[in-house]
Design a protein around this ligand. Structure first.
Ligand code: PEP
Ligand code: MN
Length: 311
Protein backbone atom coordinates (compact mmCIF):
# COMPACT_ATOMS: atom_id res chain seq x y z
CA UNK A 1 0.00 0.00 0.00
CA UNK A 2 1.03 3.53 -0.58
CA UNK A 3 2.78 4.68 2.59
CA UNK A 4 0.83 7.96 2.31
CA UNK A 5 -2.32 6.09 3.35
CA UNK A 6 -1.92 7.07 6.98
CA UNK A 7 -5.44 7.05 8.28
CA UNK A 8 -7.27 4.23 6.53
CA UNK A 9 -4.41 1.69 6.66
CA UNK A 10 -5.20 -1.46 8.63
CA UNK A 11 -2.21 -0.88 10.90
CA UNK A 12 -3.86 2.28 12.15
CA UNK A 13 -6.77 0.34 13.61
CA UNK A 14 -6.15 -3.42 13.42
CA UNK A 15 -9.45 -4.25 15.11
CA UNK A 16 -11.41 -2.69 12.21
CA UNK A 17 -13.77 0.26 11.99
CA UNK A 18 -17.50 -0.07 12.39
CA UNK A 19 -19.74 2.39 10.58
CA UNK A 20 -23.14 3.18 12.05
CA UNK A 21 -25.95 4.20 9.73
CA UNK A 22 -28.46 5.01 12.45
CA UNK A 23 -28.86 1.67 14.24
CA UNK A 24 -27.35 -0.41 11.43
CA UNK A 25 -23.72 -1.30 12.09
CA UNK A 26 -21.49 -2.18 9.14
CA UNK A 27 -18.18 -3.87 9.85
CA UNK A 28 -19.31 -5.69 13.00
CA UNK A 29 -20.64 -9.23 13.33
CA UNK A 30 -23.67 -8.49 11.16
CA UNK A 31 -23.63 -8.94 7.39
CA UNK A 32 -25.63 -5.95 6.18
CA UNK A 33 -27.69 -5.89 3.00
CA UNK A 34 -28.64 -2.57 1.41
CA UNK A 35 -31.24 -2.75 -1.35
CA UNK A 36 -33.63 -0.70 -3.40
CA UNK A 37 -34.14 0.58 -6.92
CA UNK A 38 -31.32 2.23 -8.85
CA UNK A 39 -33.39 5.41 -9.02
CA UNK A 40 -36.42 6.79 -7.25
CA UNK A 41 -38.95 6.95 -10.10
CA UNK A 42 -42.29 7.46 -8.35
CA UNK A 43 -43.92 7.07 -4.96
CA UNK A 44 -45.63 3.85 -6.01
CA UNK A 45 -42.44 2.29 -7.41
CA UNK A 46 -40.39 3.21 -4.33
CA UNK A 47 -43.03 2.12 -1.80
CA UNK A 48 -43.34 -1.28 -3.49
CA UNK A 49 -39.56 -1.70 -3.61
CA UNK A 50 -39.00 -0.57 -0.03
CA UNK A 51 -41.76 -2.71 1.45
CA UNK A 52 -40.43 -5.70 -0.52
CA UNK A 53 -36.82 -5.32 0.55
CA UNK A 54 -37.70 -4.57 4.18
CA UNK A 55 -39.90 -7.62 4.54
CA UNK A 56 -37.16 -9.80 3.05
CA UNK A 57 -34.61 -8.57 5.61
CA UNK A 58 -32.70 -5.73 3.93
CA UNK A 59 -31.33 -3.38 6.61
CA UNK A 60 -30.81 -0.26 4.49
CA UNK A 61 -32.94 1.29 1.76
CA UNK A 62 -30.82 2.61 -1.09
CA UNK A 63 -32.14 4.54 -4.09
CA UNK A 64 -30.82 7.39 -6.19
CA UNK A 65 -32.41 10.82 -6.53
CA UNK A 66 -29.46 12.32 -8.41
CA UNK A 67 -28.30 9.92 -11.10
CA UNK A 68 -24.88 10.42 -12.71
CA UNK A 69 -25.74 8.92 -16.10
CA UNK A 70 -23.26 8.26 -18.86
CA UNK A 71 -25.64 9.86 -21.37
CA UNK A 72 -27.00 13.36 -20.73
CA UNK A 73 -30.24 12.22 -22.39
CA UNK A 74 -30.84 9.40 -19.88
CA UNK A 75 -33.11 9.82 -16.81
CA UNK A 76 -31.24 12.04 -14.37
CA UNK A 77 -33.31 11.37 -11.26
CA UNK A 78 -36.08 13.26 -9.47
CA UNK A 79 -33.75 15.47 -7.42
CA UNK A 80 -35.16 16.85 -4.18
CA UNK A 81 -38.57 15.29 -4.78
CA UNK A 82 -36.77 11.93 -4.98
CA UNK A 83 -35.06 12.63 -1.66
CA UNK A 84 -38.41 13.43 -0.08
CA UNK A 85 -39.91 10.18 -1.35
CA UNK A 86 -36.87 8.24 -0.16
CA UNK A 87 -37.15 9.65 3.36
CA UNK A 88 -40.86 8.81 3.39
CA UNK A 89 -40.29 5.26 2.13
CA UNK A 90 -37.47 4.72 4.62
CA UNK A 91 -39.69 5.84 7.50
CA UNK A 92 -42.59 3.69 6.45
CA UNK A 93 -40.40 0.61 5.92
CA UNK A 94 -38.44 1.29 9.13
CA UNK A 95 -35.11 1.38 7.26
CA UNK A 96 -32.29 3.93 7.31
CA UNK A 97 -31.66 5.40 3.86
CA UNK A 98 -28.67 5.75 1.55
CA UNK A 99 -28.53 7.90 -1.56
CA UNK A 100 -25.95 9.33 -3.92
CA UNK A 101 -24.67 12.88 -3.79
CA UNK A 102 -23.10 14.11 -7.02
CA UNK A 103 -22.02 17.62 -6.22
CA UNK A 104 -20.56 19.56 -3.34
CA UNK A 105 -23.37 22.13 -3.27
CA UNK A 106 -25.96 19.36 -2.84
CA UNK A 107 -24.39 17.84 0.28
CA UNK A 108 -26.38 19.81 2.90
CA UNK A 109 -29.69 19.07 1.17
CA UNK A 110 -28.98 15.36 0.63
CA UNK A 111 -27.67 15.03 4.20
CA UNK A 112 -30.88 16.54 5.51
CA UNK A 113 -32.99 13.78 3.96
CA UNK A 114 -30.73 10.68 3.95
CA UNK A 115 -28.95 8.72 6.68
CA UNK A 116 -25.86 7.95 4.58
CA UNK A 117 -24.36 9.46 1.44
CA UNK A 118 -23.11 7.45 -1.51
CA UNK A 119 -20.24 8.60 -3.73
CA UNK A 120 -20.71 7.00 -7.14
CA UNK A 121 -18.01 5.36 -9.20
CA UNK A 122 -17.84 8.35 -11.56
CA UNK A 123 -17.11 10.67 -8.65
CA UNK A 124 -14.59 8.56 -6.75
CA UNK A 125 -11.85 11.04 -7.59
CA UNK A 126 -13.94 14.19 -7.33
CA UNK A 127 -11.63 15.55 -4.68
CA UNK A 128 -13.70 18.64 -3.93
CA UNK A 129 -16.67 16.35 -3.19
CA UNK A 130 -14.54 14.00 -1.06
CA UNK A 131 -13.14 16.88 0.99
CA UNK A 132 -16.58 18.37 1.54
CA UNK A 133 -17.91 14.97 2.66
CA UNK A 134 -15.37 15.17 5.46
CA UNK A 135 -17.70 17.67 7.08
CA UNK A 136 -21.04 16.18 6.03
CA UNK A 137 -21.80 14.64 9.41
CA UNK A 138 -23.21 11.49 7.78
CA UNK A 139 -21.55 8.16 6.94
CA UNK A 140 -20.30 7.75 3.38
CA UNK A 141 -20.45 4.74 1.07
CA UNK A 142 -17.59 5.23 -1.37
CA UNK A 143 -17.83 3.25 -4.60
CA UNK A 144 -14.74 2.20 -6.50
CA UNK A 145 -14.16 4.12 -9.73
CA UNK A 146 -14.74 2.40 -13.06
CA UNK A 147 -11.02 2.09 -13.70
CA UNK A 148 -9.61 2.85 -10.27
CA UNK A 149 -6.92 0.78 -8.64
CA UNK A 150 -7.28 -0.38 -5.06
CA UNK A 151 -4.65 2.18 -4.01
CA UNK A 152 -6.66 4.95 -5.66
CA UNK A 153 -9.82 3.80 -3.88
CA UNK A 154 -7.98 3.88 -0.56
CA UNK A 155 -6.58 7.33 -1.24
CA UNK A 156 -10.08 8.59 -2.07
CA UNK A 157 -11.24 7.25 1.31
CA UNK A 158 -8.21 8.89 2.92
CA UNK A 159 -9.46 12.28 1.65
CA UNK A 160 -12.81 11.87 3.41
CA UNK A 161 -11.27 10.66 6.67
CA UNK A 162 -8.51 13.30 6.62
CA UNK A 163 -11.15 16.00 6.24
CA UNK A 164 -12.98 14.90 9.33
CA UNK A 165 -15.28 11.97 8.61
CA UNK A 166 -14.05 8.54 9.77
CA UNK A 167 -17.37 6.84 8.91
CA UNK A 168 -16.54 5.47 5.46
CA UNK A 169 -17.64 2.17 3.87
CA UNK A 170 -15.89 1.02 0.69
CA UNK A 171 -17.90 -0.57 -2.09
CA UNK A 172 -16.51 -2.86 -4.78
CA UNK A 173 -18.81 -2.46 -7.80
CA UNK A 174 -16.84 -3.98 -10.65
CA UNK A 175 -14.13 -2.56 -12.87
CA UNK A 176 -13.57 -2.17 -16.59
CA UNK A 177 -11.74 -5.03 -18.24
CA UNK A 178 -11.60 -6.46 -21.77
CA UNK A 179 -14.54 -8.74 -20.88
CA UNK A 180 -17.85 -7.96 -22.57
CA UNK A 181 -20.03 -10.84 -21.33
CA UNK A 182 -20.72 -8.77 -18.22
CA UNK A 183 -21.13 -5.02 -17.81
CA UNK A 184 -18.13 -4.88 -15.46
CA UNK A 185 -15.83 -7.44 -13.90
CA UNK A 186 -16.67 -7.80 -10.22
CA UNK A 187 -13.25 -7.77 -8.59
CA UNK A 188 -13.65 -10.02 -5.58
CA UNK A 189 -9.87 -10.02 -5.20
CA UNK A 190 -10.37 -6.45 -4.08
CA UNK A 191 -12.44 -7.52 -1.07
CA UNK A 192 -9.76 -9.83 0.28
CA UNK A 193 -7.01 -7.31 -0.54
CA UNK A 194 -8.89 -4.40 1.03
CA UNK A 195 -9.58 -6.43 4.17
CA UNK A 196 -5.81 -6.75 4.62
CA UNK A 197 -4.98 -3.19 3.68
CA UNK A 198 -7.61 -1.15 5.46
CA UNK A 199 -9.69 -1.18 8.62
CA UNK A 200 -12.71 0.27 6.78
CA UNK A 201 -15.71 -2.00 6.10
CA UNK A 202 -16.09 -3.32 2.55
CA UNK A 203 -19.36 -4.12 0.81
CA UNK A 204 -20.01 -5.58 -2.64
CA UNK A 205 -22.41 -4.42 -5.35
CA UNK A 206 -23.06 -7.39 -7.63
CA UNK A 207 -25.68 -5.41 -9.59
CA UNK A 208 -23.23 -2.96 -11.17
CA UNK A 209 -20.49 -5.57 -10.87
CA UNK A 210 -22.19 -7.83 -13.39
CA UNK A 211 -24.93 -5.76 -15.05
CA UNK A 212 -26.97 -8.97 -15.26
CA UNK A 213 -29.80 -9.93 -12.96
CA UNK A 214 -29.19 -13.65 -13.59
CA UNK A 215 -25.77 -13.35 -11.94
CA UNK A 216 -26.72 -11.42 -8.80
CA UNK A 217 -27.37 -14.43 -6.58
CA UNK A 218 -24.15 -16.24 -7.51
CA UNK A 219 -21.98 -13.18 -6.99
CA UNK A 220 -23.75 -12.30 -3.74
CA UNK A 221 -22.92 -15.75 -2.40
CA UNK A 222 -19.34 -15.30 -3.56
CA UNK A 223 -19.14 -11.93 -1.81
CA UNK A 224 -20.18 -13.55 1.47
CA UNK A 225 -17.44 -16.12 1.05
CA UNK A 226 -14.72 -13.51 0.44
CA UNK A 227 -15.39 -11.85 3.80
CA UNK A 228 -17.33 -8.81 2.64
CA UNK A 229 -19.26 -6.88 5.30
CA UNK A 230 -22.40 -6.58 3.22
CA UNK A 231 -24.06 -6.18 -0.14
CA UNK A 232 -25.72 -3.47 -2.17
CA UNK A 233 -28.37 -4.88 -4.50
CA UNK A 234 -30.69 -3.18 -6.98
CA UNK A 235 -34.32 -4.26 -6.56
CA UNK A 236 -37.20 -2.93 -8.66
CA UNK A 237 -40.88 -3.96 -8.61
CA UNK A 238 -40.92 -4.09 -12.44
CA UNK A 239 -37.29 -4.36 -13.62
CA UNK A 240 -38.15 -4.47 -17.31
CA UNK A 241 -39.72 -1.04 -17.16
CA UNK A 242 -37.10 0.55 -14.86
CA UNK A 243 -35.84 3.97 -15.93
CA UNK A 244 -32.28 2.96 -15.10
CA UNK A 245 -30.35 -0.28 -14.66
CA UNK A 246 -33.34 -2.59 -15.22
CA UNK A 247 -31.18 -5.34 -16.73
CA UNK A 248 -29.31 -5.72 -13.44
CA UNK A 249 -32.29 -5.21 -11.12
CA UNK A 250 -34.08 -8.10 -9.48
CA UNK A 251 -37.69 -8.29 -8.33
CA UNK A 252 -38.64 -8.19 -4.64
CA UNK A 253 -39.53 -11.90 -4.94
CA UNK A 254 -36.10 -12.79 -6.34
CA UNK A 255 -34.54 -10.67 -3.60
CA UNK A 256 -36.52 -12.54 -0.93
CA UNK A 257 -35.30 -15.86 -2.35
CA UNK A 258 -31.70 -14.61 -2.31
CA UNK A 259 -32.04 -13.47 1.31
CA UNK A 260 -33.19 -16.99 2.26
CA UNK A 261 -30.09 -18.44 0.61
CA UNK A 262 -27.91 -15.92 2.40
CA UNK A 263 -29.52 -16.79 5.73
CA UNK A 264 -28.03 -20.27 5.37
CA UNK A 265 -24.68 -19.11 4.01
CA UNK A 266 -23.78 -16.07 6.14
CA UNK A 267 -23.36 -18.01 9.43
CA UNK A 268 -21.01 -20.44 7.65
CA UNK A 269 -18.84 -17.43 6.83
CA UNK A 270 -18.80 -16.51 10.52
CA UNK A 271 -21.23 -13.59 10.30
CA UNK A 272 -24.86 -12.98 11.19
CA UNK A 273 -27.79 -11.96 9.03
CA UNK A 274 -30.55 -10.08 10.80
CA UNK A 275 -33.74 -12.13 10.58
CA UNK A 276 -36.40 -10.84 8.20
CA UNK A 277 -39.09 -9.05 10.21
CA UNK A 278 -42.06 -11.15 11.34
CA UNK A 279 -45.47 -10.35 9.77
CA UNK A 280 -46.51 -8.73 13.07
CA UNK A 281 -43.77 -6.17 12.50
CA UNK A 282 -45.61 -4.78 9.49
CA UNK A 283 -48.96 -4.85 11.28
CA UNK A 284 -47.37 -2.92 14.15
CA UNK A 285 -45.82 -0.31 11.90
CA UNK A 286 -49.03 0.15 9.91
CA UNK A 287 -50.95 0.58 13.18
CA UNK A 288 -48.50 3.21 14.39
CA UNK A 289 -48.71 5.08 11.08
CA UNK A 290 -52.54 4.93 11.34
CA UNK A 291 -52.29 6.46 14.83
CA UNK A 292 -50.07 9.26 13.54
CA UNK A 293 -52.48 9.93 10.65
CA UNK A 294 -55.42 10.03 13.10
CA UNK A 295 -53.58 12.49 15.33
CA UNK A 296 -52.73 14.74 12.40
CA UNK A 297 -56.30 14.64 11.07
CA UNK A 298 -57.73 15.61 14.45
CA UNK A 299 -55.21 18.43 14.74
CA UNK A 300 -56.20 19.56 11.25
CA UNK A 301 -59.91 19.46 12.11
CA UNK A 302 -59.26 21.43 15.30
CA UNK A 303 -57.29 24.11 13.44
CA UNK A 304 -59.98 24.38 10.75
CA UNK A 305 -62.62 24.79 13.41
CA UNK A 306 -60.60 27.49 15.20
CA UNK A 307 -60.04 29.26 11.90
CA UNK A 308 -63.75 29.19 11.06
CA UNK A 309 -64.81 30.56 14.45
CA UNK A 310 -62.03 33.17 14.31
CA UNK A 311 -59.95 32.02 17.32
C1 PEP B 1 -25.68 3.29 -8.59
O1 PEP B 1 -25.34 2.88 -7.47
O2 PEP B 1 -26.84 3.26 -9.02
C2 PEP B 1 -24.60 3.78 -9.47
C3 PEP B 1 -24.78 4.79 -10.31
O3 PEP B 1 -23.49 3.06 -9.29
P1 PEP B 1 -21.99 3.31 -9.76
O4 PEP B 1 -21.66 4.70 -9.31
O5 PEP B 1 -21.24 2.24 -9.06
O6 PEP B 1 -21.98 3.17 -11.25
MN1 MN C 1 -27.68 1.77 -10.69
Amino acid sequence: MSSACKLVGRANRPEGTVVAIRDVIIGGPEFVVAAGPCAVESKDQLMKASAGVASAGARLLRAGAFKPRTSPYAFQGLGEEGLRLLALAGRSAGLPTVTEVVSTEDIPMVAEYADALQVGARNMQNFALLKALGGAGKPVILKRGLSASIDELLMAAEYIVLHGNPQVVLCERGIRTFETATRNTLDLNAVAVLKQMTHLPVIVDPSHGTGRRDLIAAMSRAAVATGADGLLIEVHPAPDSALSDGAQSITPAAFAKLMCELAALVPVAGRQLAPAPAPEYHRGRIASIDDAVDRLLSERARLMHEESVGV
